[in-house]
Structure formats: structure tokens, C-alpha cells
Design a protein around this ligand. Structure first.
Ligand SMILES: [Cu+2]
Length: 317
């Protein structure tokens, strides 16, 4: 168990690092109505080129994060909580060089030596915890998620890949954010649809999706390391007539040369979701449904085999 946890942390560290090595661009766009919240404060992060722009600090507790993707790429924002006293400064000094060396070896085909290089990572880096975030969001659109944050220092990033294979985070799509001890005014949202995600049953939808606005809760009944060294999450996609679900499923694996690389598969429009969080936690996201074909899907290898690709249809009332 301990080994698994260590391995998971290491792989998370790898992913996080990939988001940092070099520099580039990501984005988002504007939003819709601000319904169902007690909070008066609107929290918006956006992307104009290949970066994350927005508040440097957030209150602790429930936060509704709106992601405005003004770019021509699909992006997400994942929140990674740093151990106390550590920040992106420490990452640049102690982590980036190690990942740079390891990834270079792996990219050269020397996988064993590459993973061996990660043994030089500082011990604190294995305490980074992925704590949710806003799911994949199509170009020129926006999405919104509500997540619970503890005080601390966080790294926000997107590791979708550019057509040339470079991670967005490596190109500059990351941001350090401090969550203060000041409590947010927000309350936990009341969902209209609840999804459960687990290794045993995949994604299970316990509510009917009807046309109109919905608040979707994602209950993480468990969490585990998948083949791509990360845990599971939930994204919403709209499937147009020309969409191929097998292409979408294959795309959700960043370790393949074409996986998680833009452009996204034809006919697939990402509408947000909730990024990975530890077992026992829950997050919320918001979507306005029109009649059509959709799917809930996790960003993991072989999501259909794991029950983590659930198609559904929204019918006219
Ligand atoms: Cu991105």
C-alpha cells in the first residue's frame, strides 16, 4: 500500500512537473448566468494564450470556480495542494531539474533510467495532493465547478498537449494560488443530478438529466492510480452526429502519442466537469443541457472498459 501511494505521488509529481518545464499557452472564455449560489463573489480564471489568469488568493471552504476559455484550445484547470511551506519557488529549484532529466531520458526511450532519475525528487513533493478543479472545457466557452479547498498553497495547471506534443503546463499554463484561512461565504450546492465514481462500478448516474440547467455532484467513492499514473475524474462531453466514441475514449489517455492532444476528436465538445480528488470527497459542476447526445467520461486509459464512459441522451420534455 505504501509503495502504491509513493508511486502515485511520484507519478503525480511527474505530471505536475510536465506542466512546468518549458512555457506556452492555454485559454478560456466567458460565462453564463450565475444562478444557485449564496456567494456574491464571482471567481473567474481565464486563458488568453497559454496561461492561467485570475485571483492569486481564494478563501477556504467551498469555492465556485468559473473557467473562461477564450482560446482556440481545449483546457482544464486542476488544483494541486502543496505541503506546508512549499511553493512554486521550491518546485523550480528542487523539482523541475529532476523532472527535466527524467523526462528527457524517457523521451529518448530510456524509460528505466528516466524513472530512476525521479528518485532524486525531494520528499516533500510526494505530499502534493490533487484536490479537484474544473474539467475539460471547449475553446471559446466557459464552465464552472464548485470544490472545497483547505488553506494552503496550490498549483493550478493544465496538462493537455499541443499538437506538437508539448504539455500546456510546460508552455506556461500554470499558476500558484494561496487559499487563506478566511472562510468562503459559499455553502455546499444542492445538486439536481448525482454521479458516483468508483473503481468497482465506474460512473453511476442516480438522476435523470433533463433539458435546462443542472447542478451535478460528483461523489468520489474511491480513488486509485490508473495506468497513466493519475486518479479518475469526471468530464461532460456533448457528442455531435459525427462523433466517434471510440476515438474519444482513446483520447483520454495522455500517455499515448495522440492522447490528450489537441485538436480533440471530431464532434466532441467538452463542457467541464470535476477534476480528480481524494477518496471520500465530492465536487460539483454546472451544465445547461439542450436535447442531444452526451457522455460522462473519466480522463483515464480505457474508460469504457472501466465503466467510466457513460453515454446518455437528453430528450425534449
Ligand atoms: Cu491547456
Amino acid at each position: 500500500m505504501k509503495t502504491d501511494v509513493f508511486f502515485l505521488k511520484r507519478q503525480q509529481a511527474i505530471i505536475i512537473f510536465l506542466g512546468f518545464c518549458i512555457l506556452f499557452s492555454c485559454k478560456s472564455n466567458t460565462d453564463k448566468e450565475e444562478p444557485h449560489f449564496s456567494s456574491k463573489k464571482r471567481i473567474v480564471y481565464n486563458t488568453e494564450a497559454m496561461e492561467i489568469l485570475g485571483p492569486d488568493t481564494l478563501s477556504s471552504g467551498w469555492n465556485t470556480i468559473e473557467y473562461v476559455n477564450s482560446s482556440n484550445e481545449t483546457h482544464f484547470i486542476v488544483f494541486e495542494k502543496y505541503p506546508e511551506g512549499k511553493s512554486v519557488v521550491d518546485t523550480k529549484a528542487e523539482v523541475f531539474p529532476v523532472f527535466d532529466k527524467g523526462m528527457t531520458l524517457i523521451n529518448e526511450g530510456n524509460t528505466t533510467a528516466g524513472y530512476k532519475a525521479f528518485d532524486s525528487l525531494p520528499s516533500w513533493y510526494f505530499d502534493v495532493i490533487i484536490t479537484g478543479g474544473v474539467g475539460l472545457t471547449a475553446p471559446q466557452s466557459s464552465s464552472k465547478s464548485t470544490i472545497k479547498l483547505d488553506p494552503g498553497t496550490y498549483l493550478l495547471e493544465c496538462y493537455v498537449k499541443m499538437p506538437n506534443g508539448k504539455f500546456h503546463s510546460v508552455m506556461g499554463m500554470y499558476k500558484e494560488v494561496v487559499v487563506t484561512t478566511e472562510k468562503s461565504l459559499e455553502k455546499e450546492p444542492i445538486p439536481t443530478v448525482t454521479l458516483e465514481i468508483s473503481n468497482e462500478k465506474g460512473i453511476v448516474n442516480t438522476g435523470e438529466v433533463t433539458p435546462g440547467q443542472h447542478i451535478i455532484k460528483v461523489d468520489f467513492l474511491d480513488q486509485k492510480l490508473h495506468e497513466h499514473f493519475l486518479g479518475h475524474d469526471v468530464h461532460l462531453v456533448k457528442l455531435e452526429a459525427n462523433a466517434r466514441v471510440d476515438s474519444l475514449a482513446a483520447w483520454m489517455n495522455w500517455t499515448s502519442s495522440t492522447g490528450l492532444t489537441t485538436p480533440v476528436p471530431n464532434g466532441v465538445i467538452f463542457m467541464g466537469g470535476v477534476e480528480e480528488m481524494p477518496s471520500g470527497n465530492a465536487g460539483f459542476f454546472y451544465a445547461n443541457f439542450t436535447p442531444g447526445s452526451y457522455a460522462f467520461i473519466a480522463e483515464v486509459p480505457a474508460p469504457e472498459r472501466k465503466g467510466m464512459l457513460k453515454r446518455f441522451t437528453v430528450n425534449n420534455k
